[in-house]
Design a protein around this ligand. Structure first.
Ligand code: MF3
Ligand code: CO
Ligand code: CO
Length: 269
């Protein structure tokens, strides 16, 4: 018999994985993060987002993995590339980067059946001070959220920590998209909100796997989706940034599966 999934669902419908499932998540997370390390040197003014996407796709396939996004609900690319006021799900294409553009590159791979999902910000050339500040706050907001993840704390603690930090810097937390459970599937329970109230929501247990992926705007939180049915932008056209990690809850706290293997993180250097 082929066992499609391991572990069990808890009372909130969240899968609790055995220790032995961490190895697969570690390997797929590492590969997704390595693809983001690899692409850094190619993010320069004049490059097209399709060229960046195609390099990522080749890197994933050369490693014996596949892209989780190609064919996902009709999506056709191995990455989402979201520039400036694009919040998420930007579609790679013939558009060229120009000096000062900031962009999120989001990659999800499947290695031996396990999903690794991560994204980071990059700069083409040199970013403005306000763009740098937005990216710094967004990355720190993600890490403040991750710092809440330990058995006994709740998903609401993650949202509250992110919201408090971002709004403390007078920035807007996007409400229209959230993190998600993952493992041997791309998106599963729970929805991981990036705003919320302390002490609310499901309680963390060792063996939960999920993403945290806050999108933070220099302006208001509101977004809209363009006619291509994917590209989400800020309604007020303000700049938006996002970072994403895939993590697993441990007895002590959590393990981040998608840390940069090269320790090459943000911004691109
Ligand atoms: N990687 C995205 C996430 O963080 C999902 C992208 S789905 C796509 O959940 F189809 F737009 F690629
Ligand atoms: Co995700
Ligand atoms: Co992602």
């Amino acid at each position: 018999m082929v066992v499609a999934t391991s572990g069990h669902l808890n009372r909130d419908g969240i899968r609790i994985h055995p220790q032995s499932d961490f190895a697969g998540m570690r390997a797929s997370g590492r590969l997704a993060a390595a693809s983001l390390d690899m692409i850094a040197e190619f993010v320069v003014p004049g490059v097209t987002t399709l060229e960046l996407n195609d390099r990522i796709h080749a890197f994933i396939e050369d490693a014996g993995a596949i892209s989780a996004t190609v064919g996902y609900r009709g999506y056709q690319h191995a990455s989402c590339i979201s520039i400036n006021h694009v919040v998420c799900h930007g579609i790679p294409g013939a558009k060229t980067l120009k000096n000062g553009d900031i962009l999120n590159i989001d990659v999800t791979c499947i290695l031996d059946g396990w999903f690794g999902d991560t994204s980071r910000m990059y700069v083409a050339g040199k970013a403005s001070r306000k763009a740098e500040r937005l990216m710094d706050v967004t990355h720190e907001a993600l890490m403040k959220g991750i710092a809440q993840v330990k058995p006994g704390n709740t998903f609401g603690d993650v949202g509250a920590a992110i919201q408090r930090y971002a709004e403390g810097h007078r920035m807007g937390v996007v409400r229209d998209f959230c993190g998600h459970g993952l493992g041997q599937v791309f998106h599963s329970a729970p929805n991981v909100l990036h705003y919320g109230r302390w002490g609310t929501g499901a309680v963390f247990e060792p063996g939960m796997f999920f993403t945290i992926e806050p999108m933070i705007n220099l302006g208001r939180p509101a977004t809209k989706v363009l006619a291509d049915e994917w590209t989400a932008v800020t309604k007020d056209k303000s700049l938006s940034a996002q970072f994403e990690h895939s993590i697993g809850v441990t007895d002590e706290g959590c393990e981040i599966f998608t840390l940069s293997p090269a320790d090459k993180f943000y911004p691109t250097w």
